[in-house]
Ligand binder design. Structure first.
Ligand SMILES: CC(C)(COP(=O)(O)OP(=O)(O)OC[C@H]1O[C@@H](n2cnc3c(N)ncnc32)[C@H](O)[C@@H]1OP(=O)(O)O)[C@@H](O)C(=O)NCCC(=O)NCCS
Length: 300
């Protein structure tokens, strides 16, 4: 802490105050360093939002407060890096939602948070606090701020379906750039297999027989279309029961050859789940890239 206080002196000794508050484990003080130079700080509140209304409405989120990047270092990604570190710290504890309070007179910071996937909750609080400005003048502030929340982790199910050539069926949702396996969220009361069957019917118009659906594995990877979001998926496999057709929110289908001579990792149009896990498992399963035999997989 002394290194921080010396390198970034503050009038109210805010670093000492915030570090002191971490002693009981209720907060973590995040500091972004560039070598010996501290560039930014933020406080993670593990016990929930500070504002009374926010706490009542969203008691189980972690809140990031007092995010501040030094004046000369703004606009260079330090704030985004601190927010990313906060998100990782939340995920590392097995928690899945991070919140921030955004003052109604701070549209720049709000734009940054929205770009990173934080969504308005409509829950507003007012806080009053005192601080000392650069000229040493004590100021009383009354700030109205809204809680924004981001979900950091999502569980989904997805399905690998392959044609007679062994190519893998991928979908691209409307308004997005990346291709992924057909699939989606599990609805309350639904089994994972039932969710997989429903999602395939909704997205590509195919009726899978639940008995033909087997689990390939469960993996986690960065979400294809949402920055900072991690997806965990049960990936199922099933024989292709017919000719798929893009429906619901699917704009485009694609058949991806599963061939070891193709560098799929270099294809930016594929989801991380595909390039980091699924394709490698399919390649290993077909033993050096020979096309697998799929009984009953030929729709024609
Ligand atoms: C908000 C803040 C933490 C962002 O940190 P940063 O390191 O500048 O952010 P990044 O470089 O990662 O991202 C830049 C984005 O930050 C936002 N931003 C907010 N204030 C900014 C400033 N003074 N200069 C540059 N960007 C700012 C902009 O939205 C910018 O995105 P844009 O490309 O859409 O304009 C920092 O500007 C800051 O400390 N501001 C004063 C304190 C504050 O408002 N804290 C937020 C409380 S919730």
């Amino acid at each position: 802490m002394e290194r921080l206080r010396v390198a970034w002196p503050t009038r109210d000794d805010v670093h000492r105050f915030h570090v002191g508050r971490t002693a009981d484990g209720s907060t973590t003080y995040l500091v972004a360093w560039d070598g010996d130079e501290p560039l930014g700080v933020g406080v993670l509140n593990w016990t929930g939002p500070v504002g009374a209304r926010a706490r009542a409405a969203h008691p189980d989120v972690v809140e990031l407060n007092h995010l501040q990047v030094r004046a000369g270092s703004r606009g260079r990604g330090v704030g985004s890096a601190l927010i990313g570190a906060a998100e990782q710290a939340v995920r590392d504890r097995g928690l899945d939602r991070l919140a921030v309070g955004i003052a109604d007179d701070n549209p720049d910071a709000e734009r940054l948070y929205r770009r990173l996937g934080y969504a308005a909750t409509g829950v507003w609080d007012v806080t009053e606090y005192a601080w000392t400005d650069d000229r040493g003048v004590r100021r009383e502030e009354r700030e109205r701020h809204q809680l924004l929340v981001k979900r950091l982790h999502l569980f989904v199910v997805s399905v690998t379906l392959r044609n007679t050539a062994g190519d893998l069926l991928l979908v691209r949702k409307r308004g997005t750039d990346r291709f992924m396996l057909p699939g989606g969220k599990v609805e309350p009361g639904e089994t994972h297999v039932a969710a997989a069957v429903r999602e395939v019917a909704e997205e590509v118009g195919l009726d899978l027989s639940p008995g033909s659906v087997g689990l390939l594995g469960r993996w986690s990877a960065g979400a294809a279309n949402e920055p900072g979001m991690v997806i965990t998926s049960d990936v199922f496999t099933a024989p292709l029961p017919g000719e798929p057709a893009a429906s619901a929110e699917i704009e485009e289908l694609r058949w991806l050859p599963i061939d070891p001579s193709i560098d799929h990792a270099a294809d930016p149009s594929l989801s991380p789940m595909l390039t980091e896990h699924v394709i490698a498992v399919l390649l290993a399963g077909q033993g050096g890239g020979r096309q697998p035999h799929h009984p009953g997989a030929n729709p024609a």
